[in-house]
Write a protein that binds this ligand. Structure first.
Ligand SMILES: NC(=O)c1ccc[n+]([C@@H]2O[C@H](COP(=O)([O-])OP(=O)(O)OC[C@H]3O[C@@H](n4cnc5c(N)ncnc54)[C@H](O)[C@@H]3O)[C@@H](O)[C@H]2O)c1
Length: 306
C-alpha cells in the first residue's frame, strides 16, 4: 500500500507507541485520523484529525473507518489493568478489536495492521522466538491480544482484506512511566540504587518506540498478506546491563539491590529474520542511545514538574 496521500485510521493514536506512529505517518505524507478514548498531549501540534471516542462503540468505529485506506489498530487496555480488570479488558481488547476489524471490512479498508504483543506467546519454549512459536498466553492481557489476532485472521478471511500482525517485544522509550526501563532510570536519576528481581541476569529484548513506529509503517506498506512478525531488536540485554548502561549515561557506577529468587525462564527475545526478509525491518536504535532519549525526557519532565 502506498502510504503517501493515503488516509489512515490509527486507534489508540494518542498512546505511547501510537503518537510516534502518527508522527511518522504524517511525515510520510499520509492523512491521519486518530480514534482515542482520551485527548492526548502527545498529539499536540500534529496535523491530524482526532476523534475522541471508544472502540467499544461499534457505530463510531464504523464512521471512523469510512473513507480510510488502512487501519493501524493500537488501542488497548494495557497489561497491568487488563490482567486484573477482565471484563474491561475483554470489552476493549477483544470486543473493541472485533469492532475495528469488522468495520474495516464493512468499509472496504484495504489493509489492517494489528499491534499485538510478544507476551501472547506465553512462557518461552524456544529462544529466539520465531513467529511459529505456539501462542499459549498464561495471563489475561496476553490472552486478549492472542484472541484479537485470531479475530483479525477470521474477519480478514471473511471480508478479503489484507493484514499483518506485529508482536512487539519489550517496548521502551521517552514518555513511558510503567515498566522496567523507567523504573530503573527514575531510581538512578534520584540517586537511589535500583531494585532488581532475582540476580539481575534476566534478559529482555528491548525495542525503542521509534523502531515500533517504523515497523508499523513498513507493515502497512508491505505487499505481504496474513503474516505475523516479531518487532524487536533481536538481542538480549539483562537487567544488570540495563543498570550499567543507565549508570554510564549518568556518569555513575551503581550497584543495584537484588530481591527474590533468580528468574530461570528463558528470555523472550524475538527472532527478527522474518521481519527483516519480508518487511525490510531492522531495529535502528541501539539500547544505549535509546536510554539516552529516556533520560533526557525524564529530566525534562522532572524540571517541568510533570
Ligand atoms: N508498550 C509496550 O510495551 C507494548 C508491548 C507489546 C505490545 N504493545 C501493544 O502496542 C499497542 C500500543 O500500546 P501502547 O504502549 O502505546 O499503549 P498505551 O496505553 O500507551 O496507548 C493505548 C491508547 O489506547 C487508548 N485506548 C484505551 N482504551 C481505549 C478504548 N476503549 N477506545 C479507544 N481508545 C482507547 C488509550 O487512551 C491510549 O491512548 C497496544 O495494542 C499494545 O498491546 C505495547
Amino acid at each position: 500500500m502506498e502510504i503517501e496521500r493515503s488516509k489512515i485510521l490509527v486507534t489508540g493514536g494518542g498512546g505511547f507507541v501510537g503518537a510516534p506512529t502518527v508522527r511518522a505517518l504524517i511525515a510520510a505524507g499520509a492523512q491521519v485520523r486518530v480514534l482515542d478514548a482520551v485527548r492526548s498531549p502527545r498529539l499536540e501540534g500534529l496535523d491530524c484529525e482526532i476523534v475522541i471516542g471508544d472502540i467499544t462503540d461499534a457505530e463510531l468505529v464504523g464512521s471512523c473507518c469510512a473513507g480510510v485506506d488502512g487501519v493501524l489498530h493500537l488501542a488497548v487496555l494495557p497489561l497491568t489493568a487488563a490482567n486484573t480488570e477482565h471484563e474491561a479488558a475483554f470489552q476493549t481488547n477483544v470486543r473493541g478489536s472485533f469492532n475495528v476489524f469488522r468495520a474495516a471490512g464493512d468499509n472496504a479498508v484495504k489493509r489492517v495492521v494489528y499491534s499485538s504483543a510478544s507476551s501472547a506467546y506465553g512462557p518461552t519454549v524456544a529462544v529466539p522466538i520465531r513467529e511459529d512459536h505456539p501462542l499459549r498466553p498464561n495471563a489475561f492481557y496476553p490472552a486478549t491480544k492472542a484472541a484479537a489476532e485470531m479475530l483479525l485472521r477470521g474477519l480478514a478471511g471473511a471480508y478479503g482484506y489484507s493484514f499483518a500482525i506485529l508482536r512487539y517485544m519489550n517496548v521502551y522509550g521517552p514518555g513511558q512511566r510503567a515498566g522496567v526501563v523507567p523504573a530503573v532510570s527514575q531510581r538512578l536519576l534520584a540517586g537511589e540504587r535500583p531494585q532488581l528481581s532475582g540476580d539481575g541476569t534476566q534478559g529482555f529484548d528491548f525495542v525503542h518506540i521509534e523502531d515500533c513506529a517504523h515497523a508499523n509503517l513498513l507493515a502497512l506498506a508491505a505487499d505481504v498478506n496474513g503474516e505475523d512478525f516479531n518487532v524487536g531488536h533481536g538481542s538480549v540485554a539483562s537487567l544488570n546491563q540495563l543498570v550499567a548502561l543507565v549508570g554510564e549515561i549518568l556518569g555513575e557506577v551503581v550497584e543495584p539491590t537484588y530481591a527474590g529468587e533468580p528468574v530461570t525462564a528463558p528470555p523472550r527475545v524475538g527472532d527478527v529474520t522474518k521481519p527483516r526478509e519480508l518487511l525490510g525491518f531492522e531495529a535502528q536504535v541501539e539500547l544505549a542511545d535509546g536510554l539516552r532519549s529516556v533520560i533526557v525526557e525524564l529530566r525534562e519532565a522532572a524540571a517541568s514538574g510533570v
